[in-house]
Design a protein around this ligand. Structure first.
Ligand SMILES: [Mg+2]
Length: 181
């Protein structure tokens, strides 16, 4: 079975621009590709798990989201991610089947890529990310932006690890590996 890292997209891999459709506004932290390579080198499969409710809200089309994701992958300049799983549902929809915090998207990845959740991590900046990872059965890493709101408080309490950047998150994942193997 495979170990995996599931990444949230907005404010985890790229700077959050609400309902992003202009692919010129994509901002990737400098050097991210080096860190992603390190994860790949030790055998992690990488995935992006993203709620894009702008589609349900009528603010984005699936094509807008896919265009941004394509550009994101191009800018990273490597084939780091096995697959991007997207939910276009809105929070107020009666049936939120895919949308984080449901673990549906990571369970899809598990069935398609034979993922072992006990060896896997979810990295994100929102409570929905932490809950999605927990609900799916993997360890979670909260990128803490220092907000004083209730959501951040709960995220800190429920996550396995708390870090300040995606780089620290990746260092943390790599450090757990050296301790165990
Ligand atoms: Mg986010």
């Amino acid at each position: 079975m495979n170990r995996a890292v599931f990444f949230d997209r907005d404010d985890t891999l790229i700077r959050n621009v609400p309902y992003l459709k202009n692919d010129e506004l994509i901002e990737i932290p400098q050097g991210l590709e080096v860190y992603l390579s390190r994860l790949k080198q030790v055998g992690f499969l990488l995935f992006i798990i993203s709620n894009q409710s702008g589609v349900a809200r009528g603010l984005l089309t699936p094509e807008d989201v896919e265009k941004v994701n394509k550009k994101l992958l191009e800018k990273l300049g490597g084939t780091f991610f096995e697959k991007i799983y997207l939910s276009y549902e809105g929070p107020s929809q009666e049936l939120n089947w895919d949308r984080k915090p449901q673990p549906t998207m990571i369970w899809k990845a598990a069935t398609e890529y034979d993922v072992d959740f006990e060896k896997s991590f979810f990295v994100g900046d929102r409570l929905a990310d932490i809950l999605c990872g927990r609900n799916g059965g993997c360890r979670t890493i909260f990128i803490d932006q220092g907000k004083k709101d209730l959501e951040s408080y709960i995220s800190r309490r429920l996550s396995t690890f708390i870090v300040n950047s995606v780089f620290e998150a990746i260092e943390k994942i790599l450090s757990t590996l050296t301790l165990k193997e």
